[in-house]
Design a protein around this ligand. Structure first.
Ligand SMILES: *Cc1c(COP(=O)(O)O)cnc(C)c1O
Length: 421
């Protein structure tokens, strides 16, 4: 019989409860304006490749050096993903096996540092990631983490501050990149500091790898010998991660991923990653990456015109960090109100936040997902006004209901890729 891809009806037949939940989530994602900066809509091809026979296969090891037989096809799909990653990002080596961004970063520590070593990263409070040595993370417990932030007056990283910390603490590894950084990362500047103190520079481009791939953000390649990234954020692939390196750092990374940290790679993810990397190599994707940034700037302009404060005054990339401190409305109630109105984002700490981390002063907004739906600057203007309407309404149910209706009308005109609702 000819090949037939798994049917959704099989879920319905076996487990109607889960089938209903899948449909409900698809409807939620299709029906909302999704502004979570780390989220996207993977294409139908990526979604379909994820749910394939590769789910069933164990393949511990690397191409040609596996611990199980039956690797005739897996070796090909992993080699394809690696080749596409290398070509797209212009690197000498790619490891496509990390289960996600956090284990990819942990593998970097395992490869290039010893427990107790000093590392330097951006603080979570200023926009860094947990895995850059935050105290509640394994990386903060097992390593002596020192953190840089942003300048209060500018909301931006000041490389003189980074250099001062690097010279004082002599870190083994310096991480650049973050989760709530609205501005371009100066990879060359970081590389110079790493050089001066003989540290390894690791660029974590989890958020911006789609922009880098599409030419809408400068590349860290050539500056950071080790680059980590998720594949499911602006890169628009399956949930997973990659570590991209020069030839000198390749072996240590491979050994750290397997056998150091992980067992069998998620081959269904690898297959979907190959698809996503193929998509990201197209001119369409370059247009997409540029439009993400155009949209973020347009959204920021409306928010600022309507009086909201933006950390660093705006954006160079896909995300905006709104500082609600002057409004006296907390980030959390604002995010919850927006969710009720059909606009999904997350509350977020802002640099020098006067409120606690579980109830901070900021909202983080990102444009990768809505740009995947084909929205442009006109839609950004509408969304920007709705955001301010809802935030200013401070819980007013009538305003939230009015915006919810307008959101529903808007999204009906922009089908969500990968979700056939
Ligand atoms: C999202 C993110 C990660 C972690 O990725 P997960 O897949 O959630 O584990 C790591 N670093 C940065 C900068 C991120 O934004």
């Amino acid at each position: 019989m000819a090949y037939q891809h798994p049917r959704f009806d099989a879920v319905r037949e076996t487990d109607p409860t889960v089938a209903d939940l899948i449909v409900a989530e698809a409807e939620r994602e299709a029906g909302a304006v999704r502004l979570i900066a780390s989220e996207n809509y993977a294409s139908e091809a990526v979604m379909a490749a994820t749910g394939s026979a590769f789910t069933n296969k164990y393949s511990e090891g690397y191409g040609g050096k596996r611990y199980y037989e039956g690797q005739q096809v897996v070796d090909q799909v992993e080699a394809l993903a690696i080749d596409r990653a290398k070509a797209l990002f212009g690197v000498e080596h790619a490891n496509v096996q990390p289960y996600s961004g956090s284990p990819a970063n942990l593998a970097v520590y395992l490869a290039f540092a010893e427990p107790g070593d000093t590392i330097l990263g951006m603080s979570l409070a200023a926009g860094g990631h947990l895995t850059h040595g935050h105290k509640v993370s394994a990386t903060g417990k097992w390593f002596d983490a020192v953190h840089y932030g942003v300048r209060k007056e500018t909301g931006r990283i000041d490389l003189d501050d980074v250099r001062e910390l690097a010279v004082e603490h002599r870190p083994k590894i310096i991480f650049c990149g973050g989760t709530a950084v609205p501005r371009t990362i100066d990879f060359a500047g970081f590389a110079q500091i790493a050089d001066e103190v003989d540290a390894l520079l690791v660029a974590d481009i989890a958020h911006i790898s789609g922009l880098v791939a599409g030419g809408a953000h400068p590349t860290p390649v050539g500056h950071a010998p080790v680059v980590t990234t998720t594949t499911h954020k602006s890169l628009r692939g399956p949930r997973g991660a990659m570590i991209l390196t020069d030839a000198d750092h390749a072996k240590a990374v491979d050994r750290a991923i397997f056998p150091g940290l992980q067992g069998g790679p998620h081959n269904h993810t690898t297959a979907a990653m190959a698809v996503a990397l193929g998509e990201a190599s197209t001119d369409d994707f370059r247009d997409y990456a540029a439009q993400i940034v155009t949209n973020a700037k347009a959204l920021g302009e409306v928010l600022a015109e309507r009086g909201l404060e933006l950390v660093s005054g705006g954006t160079d990339n896909h995300l905006l960090l709104v500082d609600l401190t002057p409004t006296a409305i907390g980030g959390k109630p604002a995010a919850q109100a927006l969710d009720r109105a059909g606009i999904v984002c997350n509350y977020n700490a802002v640099p020098f936040d006067s409120r606690p981390p579980f109830d901070p002063s900021g909202l983080r907004l990102g444009t990768p997902a809505i740009t995947s739906r084909g929205m442009g600057t006109d839609e950004m203007a509408a969304i920007g006004h709705w955001i301010v309407d809802v935030v200013e309404a401070d819980g007013d149910a009538d305003v939230e209901a009015r915006v919810r209706n307008e959101v529903t009308d808007l999204v009906a005109g922009f089908p969500a890729p990968g979700i056939n609702v």
